[in-house]
Ligand binder design. Sequence first.
Ligand SMILES: *[C@@H]1O[C@H](CO)[C@@H](O)[C@H](O)[C@H]1NC(C)=O
Length: 277
Amino acid sequence: MAETPSAFFSAVVVTILAVLGGCSAPSEAARAFFVFGDSLVDNGNNNYLATTARADAPPYGIDSPSHRPSGRFSNGRNIPDIISEQLGAETTLPYLSPELRGEKLLVGANFASAGIGILNDTGIQFVNIIRINRQLQYFEEYQKKLSALIGASQAEMRVNQALVLITLGGNDFVNNYYLIPYSFRSRQFALPDYVRYLISEYYKILQVEHSLKPSILSSMLVHGCCSPERDWNSRFYSFCSSLFSVPNSCRGYMSSGPVELSSPGPARSAASRLSLP
Ligand SMILES: *[C@@H]1O[C@H](CO)[C@@H](O)[C@H](O)[C@H]1NC(C)=O
């Protein structure tokens, strides 16, 4: 990694903006936007759940206009907020928010839940979180509500033209494989085999929901240089040191980056881009 993490992060944002390029015409009604995944994109769902995976206390939100935590795992906005802004749309509401009804449904919805991963056993320590299968069930439920509002064919069109962001995978490492020394998954799989297993499971998830055509897949963050992971696990520490040679700072994300998907199919192009450093 020659580039600095902040430069890398900027590159990620620029890529997202490029992906959005064709759809920010202000005169058109904004596209609907659907968000699935983990804490990188959760904007408050976990606040409605009995879980410890929540961002409802300071310093979360300190740089937002209200300076108060909103459930985003961020000091201010998160990536979905920036995308919504580029779409010329309001921020999507968390699916569990009681405010998500009526016209608000047209904006889309955020189904993400902090702590989840590709695997069902990722994040079990957080107990009550919305795993990806459940997020997809909620999406089905959402579509019924949208149909009731604008009719089935309009709803289908809106969903088909929507922008879909899925951010999954980081927790399968930090909150599963590397969570404790000799974790079940690390005894079960060597790292390269685990990565292959994750990709095959991710592929199945993407196949489940045929009406969902992800526009952006982002995953595989490495947050090994953040202090919690360094404290938990010395393997992270050495990985972090080798990567950045600045072991004492929490360096942002390293990701395969947002992927603009095209044929022959989402999972294949995602899989070809997913690799570990
Ligand atoms: C994960 O859980 C869901 C819902 O219980 C189930 O349908 C799915 O098959 C499980 N996935 C795996 C890989 O076991």
